[in-house]
Write a protein that binds this ligand. Structure first.
Ligand SMILES: *[C@@H]1O[C@H](CO)[C@@H](O)[C@H](O)[C@H]1NC(C)=O
Ligand SMILES: *[C@@H]1O[C@H](CO)[C@@H](O)[C@H](O)[C@H]1NC(C)=O
Ligand SMILES: *[C@@H]1O[C@H](CO)[C@@H](O)[C@H](O)[C@H]1NC(C)=O
Ligand SMILES: *[C@@H]1O[C@H](CO)[C@@H](O)[C@H](O)[C@H]1NC(C)=O
Ligand SMILES: *[C@@H]1O[C@H](CO)[C@@H](O)[C@H](O)[C@H]1NC(C)=O
Length: 196
């Protein structure tokens, strides 16, 4: 980290250009600019700080890289943005119980350390990107209570079969077809995974 900061300072000094030393803060700020936040839960998200680790609802590891976003029941409106895919150490993306809308950006599939993707009870639409099959660390996937459509990518069922993905709740959406819990290779859809 110290050496990264030194490199940034040297680049600024030598090249006299503005060097971006806070790319994760910039990614989060790009998201903030797309959100409507009537309760001001993102008030502490100040992109001029050296990193986002002191922002409320953001947790970092010892390398000052973001590992958690805890924004459940925060009354937020707006989309997820592709820039979130740059948070390479993100493990928990918890945005349940908001009024978020739009599709899941394919770039979310870049978050290979993600353990929990909790989008439940929002207004999300569109098909689930096949890129989510890249989320090899994923244990909890809550898509329930949205307006997702299409079929669930078979790659997600592969994640279940390989044993990491333990909870995948897709109920209360507008997916096509029916999935039976006993056969994880079925690629059409689910009501409540518990029910069948
Ligand atoms: C959520 O925000 C809306 C305005 O967008 C407001 O009318 C409502 O009272 C807020 N709800 C809560 C629980 O804060
Ligand atoms: C929910 O989001 C939609 C679209 O962004 C917006 O039109 C609506 O006012 C929001 N509702 C609340 C209660 O914030
Ligand atoms: C992130 O995801 C997008 C879309 O899935 C892909 O095109 C891009 O190469 C990825 N970037 C990185 C750094 O992995
Ligand atoms: C799955 O989601 C539905 C709808 O939101 C909910 O009622 C149900 O309790 C969830 N099931 C589990 C196992 O969490
Ligand atoms: C599981 O689904 C696959 C593909 O649809 C099918 O070929 C297979 O017979 C099913 N297995 C069982 C035990 O139902």
């Amino acid at each position: 980290m110290a050496s990264q900061i030194l490199v940034c300072l040297l680049l600024v000094a030598v090249a006299s250009v503005v060097v971006d030393c806070n790319s994760e803060g910039d990614a989060l700020n790009a998201w903030k600019t797309q959100l409507v936040d009537p309760n001001n839960v993102l008030q502490s998200w100040d992109p001029t700080l050296v990193n986002p680790c002191t922002w409320f609802h953001v947790t970092c590891n010892s390398e000052n890289s973001v590992t958690r976003l805890d924004l459940g029941n925060a009354n937020l409106s707006g989309p997820l943005v592709p820039e979130l895919g740059q948070l390479s150490n993100l493990q928990y993306l918890e945005v349940f119980g908001n009024n978020l809308s739009g599709a899941i950006p394919t770039e979310i599939g870049n978050l290979t350390r993600l353990v929990s993707l909790n989008l439940q009870h929002n207004q999300f639409t569109g098909v689930i990107p096949a890129s989510l099959g890249n989320l090899v660390s994923l244990s909890f996937l809550n898509l329930n209570g949205n307006k997702f459509s299409g079929i669930i990518p078979s790659d997600l069922f592969l994640l279940v079969q390989r044993g990491n993905l333990r909870v995948m709740n897709v109920s209360d959406n507008t997916f096509a077809g029916t999935v039976h819990r006993g056969n994880l290779t079925v690629t059409t859809i689910i009501q409540d995974p518990k029910a069948s």
